[in-house]
Design a protein around this ligand. Structure first.
Ligand SMILES: Nc1ncnc2c1ncn2[C@@H]1O[C@H](COP(=O)(O)OP(=O)(O)OP(=O)(O)O)[C@@H](O)[C@H]1O
Ligand SMILES: [Mg+2]
Length: 247
């Protein structure tokens, strides 16, 4: 555990002996467009432990994607600190797929590569394809992609593309999975399928931070963080479920 002060976001705490994988304190990010300032992330502190599923909920435009981008190092925070497994993030570019994997809201598949090649990509970049081949096949199967494996992203549905991005994120068994609305394009059955895969990932010790508008995912979460106008607060999952479609 670090000496960072406990924030409101940590109010619903996980067991103290848990291994803290990701910790962020006092993060802020403002987008500037000419005279207009949008404070997308405002003084956010949070942590995610190994094996934990943390749901990040909040209205459209509340800052979920921006927060994930800042945590991933894709956007620079104006203020605040991020540390991964106790090491301050000096250079986000040094994080590999084995440290942190993300399912972006925009998916980010490589259009020229087949479904299988997209899923294999983190292994090929790390030169660990031999080691991971069985895992590729397992994820393709669990996410209903085996018969589509040789197609290009443009030749499969958006839901199937989203599941491909999830398989790619998990193929390297990262320390942290960050997924931005991973059930956003799924039907009821595949929402369950995606949740099963995320639950298995957490059971394997992966720390999961999942932005979502889906109550089904909130029910699976160990903790729920709600963001509104860039500000974060911990809420009880029952509270969010009771609020129903206000996600
Ligand atoms: N590149 C950008 N430049 C300026 N403003 C931006 C930029 N990206 C996001 N914003 C603004 O920052 C705020 C937070 O956006 P963000 O995409 O993080 O919301 P979100 O919670 O992910 O929404 P959704 O649920 O619709 O995905 C919004 O007001 C948005 O318009
Ligand atoms: Mg978003």
């Amino acid at each position: 555990m670090s000496d960072t002060p406990v924030s409101a976001a940590d109010a619903v705490a996980t067991p103290s002996r848990a291994t803290r994988i990701l910790e962020a304190s006092s993060l802020s990010k403002t987008y500037r467009r000419g005279p207009e300032n949008v404070r997308a992330v405002a003084d956010v502190s949070l942590s995610v432990d190994a094996g934990e599923i943390v749901a990040l909920v909040g209205p459209s435009g509340s800052g979920k994607t921006t927060l994930l981008s800042v945590l991933a190092g894709w956007e620079h925070a104006d203020a605040g600190e991020i540390s991964w497994t106790g090491h301050p993030m000096a250079d986000p570019g040094t994080l590999g797929w084995g440290d942190m994997a993300i399912v972006p809201q925009t998916l980010g598949l490589v259009e020229e590569l087949s479904v299988r090649e997209n899923v294999e990509l983190p292994l090929r970049l790390g030169d660990t394809i031999d080691w991971g081949e069985a895992r590729v096949e397992t994820l393709l199967d669990e996410l209903g992609l085996t018969r589509l494996a040789e197609r290009l992203p443009a030749e499969i549905s958006l839901g199937e593309q989203q599941r491909t991005a999830l398989a790619r994120a998990l193929v390297h068994s990262p320390s942290v999975l960050m997924a931005d609305e991973p059930t956003g394009h799924q039907d009821v059955e595949w929402t369950r399928g995606v949740l099963r895969v995320i639950e298995d990932a957490a059971a394997d010790g992966i720390a999961c931070l999942i932005a979502t508008h889906h109550l089904a995912l909130v029910r699976y979460a160990h903790r729920v963080l709600r963001i509104e106008d860039g500000r974060l607060a911990a809420v009880a999952p029952e509270e969010v479920v009771a609020a129903g479609d206000e996600l």
